[in-house]
Ligand binder design. Structure first.
Ligand code: XMP
Length: 308
């Protein structure tokens, strides 16, 4: 059983011993894992941790303001708007894994610039147990990251043994706002994994708007407390519709809402039908480019949580 206050105390002691008065850096995404890791390490080494929040142009609506407001008084926060750099590299790319690879590479490039400016020797990562169990089996807890230009950072993963529910408990114990610690997980590549096909500023805007409608309606219903993730996918499929008196040809948007404990498996829950219909009506009414909304009813496995 996790004892939050002794976990925090022991972690802070250990981080102080490891990082001491050297410089550390973390990529703060605004998600629960990186937020809790940032605050934990900052409580141990203060200003010696720089939390870099990179805007890759694929954030949710209002996300950059939210992160700045939540963390500017809690952390040594550095905001970097690199959206043009990311969107230039993603131009014309359709393959989902290729998108993830490009985003990862541009991210490292942007991040390395910041690490060099700071003179960082340690890289803090918000890895949690399912991340390494699902992806690599038993990756070592002590390892280094060699950045493309030769910089080597020692990795510190203060919450690597925890599961999501435990990370949330630690976040609350450290005084992070409830709304923050109970946020749904949000993938690092952001809206890129929710856009099938080409990523263009217009398609990002459509996907962002659809996602914000889903979030608003799910929150109104109070389901944000029980659902694991809830979002909208912009598909690459165009379908015939009718708006007003005229036939229209627009995008198909897929809604996906799942229950899960750790993202390794996920179930589609019973959903209030009125909420689903309201989301569908709002998405087609408020986003002119969308003519059809569908609801995903597939569990994981065999499906993944994200569709793109
Ligand atoms: P899947 O879709 O594999 O997702 O069932 C499991 C969990 O991981 C998130 N996810 C990602 N997170 N980079 C991330 O940081 C990615 O490329 C990525 N793809 C999926 C997904 O939102 C879910 O929580």
């Amino acid at each position: 059983m996790l004892d939050p206050s002794s976990f925090i105390k022991e972690s802070i002691d250990e981080i102080k011993k490891t990082i001491g008065d050297k410089k550390a850096i973390i990529a703060l995404s605004g998600g629960v894992d990186s937020s809790v890791s940032s605050v934990l390490v900052s409580n141990a080494v203060g200003e010696n941790l720089t939390a870099v929040f990179v805007n890759h142009g694929l954030l949710r609506e209002g996300e950059s303001d939210y992160v700045k407001q939540t963390f500017q008084d809690r952390l040594n926060l550095k905001y970097v708007d690199a959206s043009n750099e990311f969107l230039d590299e993603l131009e014309g790319v359709e393959d989902p894994e290729e998108k993830r690879k490009i985003i990862g590479e541009v991210f490292i490039r942007v991040f390395e610039r910041e690490a060099e400016k700071i003179g960082a020797e340690y890289l803090v990562q918000g890895t949690i147990a399912p991340d390494w169990i699902e992806s690599h089996g038993n990756i070592k807890s002590h390892h280094n990251l060699a950045l493309p230009h030769g910089m080597v950072l020692e990795i510190v993963e203060p919450i690597r043994e925890l599961y999501k529910d435990e990370v949330r408990i630690i976040g609350s114990e450290m005084g992070l706002p409830e709304e923050m610690v109970n946020r749904q997980p949000y993938p690092g590549p952001g809206l890129a994994v929710r856009i099938a096909g080409k990523i263009t500023p217009k398609r990002i805007e459509i996907c962002r708007k659809a996602n914000s409608i889903v979030e608003e309606e799910v929150q109104k219903e109070g389901l944000n407390k029980t659902l694991w993730q809830y979002f909208a996918i912009l598909t690459n499929t165009k379908v015939t519709g009718v708006k007003g008196d005229i036939r229209d040809y627009g995008y198909l948007v897929v809604l996906r809402m799942v229950e899960s404990l750790d993202a390794m498996t996920a179930d589609v829950p019973e959903l209030p039908w009125e909420m689903v219909k309201t989301i569908s009506k709002r998405v087609t009414a408020e986003i002119p480019e969308v003519t059809h909304v569908a609801l995903s009813v597939s569990d994981k496995p065999p499906s993944t949580i994200e569709l793109a």
